[in-house]
Design a protein around this ligand. Structure first.
Ligand SMILES: [Zn+2]
Ligand SMILES: [Zn+2]
Length: 343
């Protein structure tokens, strides 16, 4: 196999430094496939990696939201995948230990995530992934949509952990891609009177168009009065900002015995909350940081045209425009929601 070929990749060499480099094209071992990346979602988590706020070992090629075409497999037994358009999960685990075998590979002692360390992610022309992570995409699913199956799967996992039932009321704190994906999925699941709190008017307008019952700008409006006005407190509240204010608002917006899902990354920060606000109303506070296993459901729902999140994509960048892409991700201009790296 020719290994001398190189590819372009964005490499975070140390905290604060991302460079466009020529690196060796990875070769898939047995059980793995190589994917020629066509579209990759640019995610705030990758900004946290760049800023040294995520627990990763440098150097790292980030990127965990991706689709592409399989161009090589490590074992002829997997040759059926050659040429397939795929998206993929990012889980790498041993599949042999007790945790893996009981359906919890995320807690495998050997667990790794593509795009977070040893295994390079999708900010590169090629990546390798275990075949068990791959999902085949039919022609209904565009390249753009394929790159957003990962955040859609995250939203499915969030509402799965919430055990959201048809007709239940929902409040979403946060107008980022996860907040907006959660709105789309919740609409498809039959949630009622969905309130969404954010801070950017274009995103709030978008949320309204996507079926939010009411939206509120938390900088100028009052979520609590909206909650009280429109449905009393919610059966389910999803906190998708990772901020102290968001968590406080989430707990205050849940009805007695309601479920509060903590789904935002706080970058290591702390938050002051009143334990009585949880214990007196018998709230369930549920972490949803890791929800592997939902991508197959996301693929099926998009394939059947029950879900689509392409409208969240506002910008596309070529790999050499990465500085502009990350500047935008950091500054979050008003017309920006979600950007892709396209090859
Ligand atoms: Zn992400
Ligand atoms: Zn294991």
């Amino acid at each position: 196999m020719a290994t001398s070929e190189s590819m372009r990749a964005l490499v975070v060499t140390k905290s604060g430094t991302m460079v466009l480099s020529e690196v060796a094209i990875p070769v898939p071992p047995v059980g793995w496939a190589r994917v020629r990346v066509r579209a990759a979602g640019i995610c705030a988590t990758d900004l946290a990696i760049l800023d040294g706020q995520a627990r990763v070992q440098f150097p790292v090629i980030p990127g965990h939201e991706w689709m592409g075409v399989v161009d090589q497999v490590g074992d002829s037994a997997d040759s059926e995948w050659l040429g397939a358009r795929v998206s993929g999960e990012n889980e790498v685990s041993c599949l042999r230990c007790e945790r893996c075998r009981s359906g919890h590979p995320r807690w495998c002692a050997q667990y790794q995530q593509i795009g977070f360390g040893r295994y390079g992610g999708s900010y590169a022309e090629y990546l390798i992934a275990p075949v068990y992570d791959l999902h085949r995409l039919g022609p209904v699913i565009s390249d753009d949509q394929g790159a957003l199956l990962e955040p859609m799967a995250v939203a499915l996992g969030i509402l799965g952990r919430a055990d959201l039932r048809i007709g239940e009321t929902l409040t979403i704190i946060g107008d980022g891609p996860i907040g907006l994906h959660t709105l789309l999925v919740a609409k498809a699941m039959g949630a009622r009177r969905i309130l969404l709190s954010g801070e950017r008017s274009t995103r709030l307008d978008m949320a309204q168009h996507m079926g939010a019952y009411r939206v509120v700008n938390h900088q100028t409006g009052d979520l609590q009065s909206l909650v009280d006005q429109y449905h009393g407190r919610s059966d389910v509240v999803v906190e998708a900002t990772g901020s102290e204010l968001g968590l406080q608002q989430a707990i205050a917006a849940a009805k007695p015995e309601g479920r509060v899902i903590v789904a935002g990354f706080a970058h290591g920060a702390s938050a002051v909350i009143a334990p009585d606000a949880i214990h007196l109303p018998d709230l369930q506070v549920i972490g949803a940081g890791n929800n592997p296993g939902w991508m197959g459901r996301a693929v099926a729902l998009v394939e059947d045209e029950l879900l689509s999140s392409e409208r969240l994509i506002t910008h596309r960048f070529a790999i050499e425009q990465f500085e502009a892409a990350f500047h935008q991700l950091r500054e979050k201009p008003t017309d920006f929601v979600k950007s892709l790296l396209v090859f």
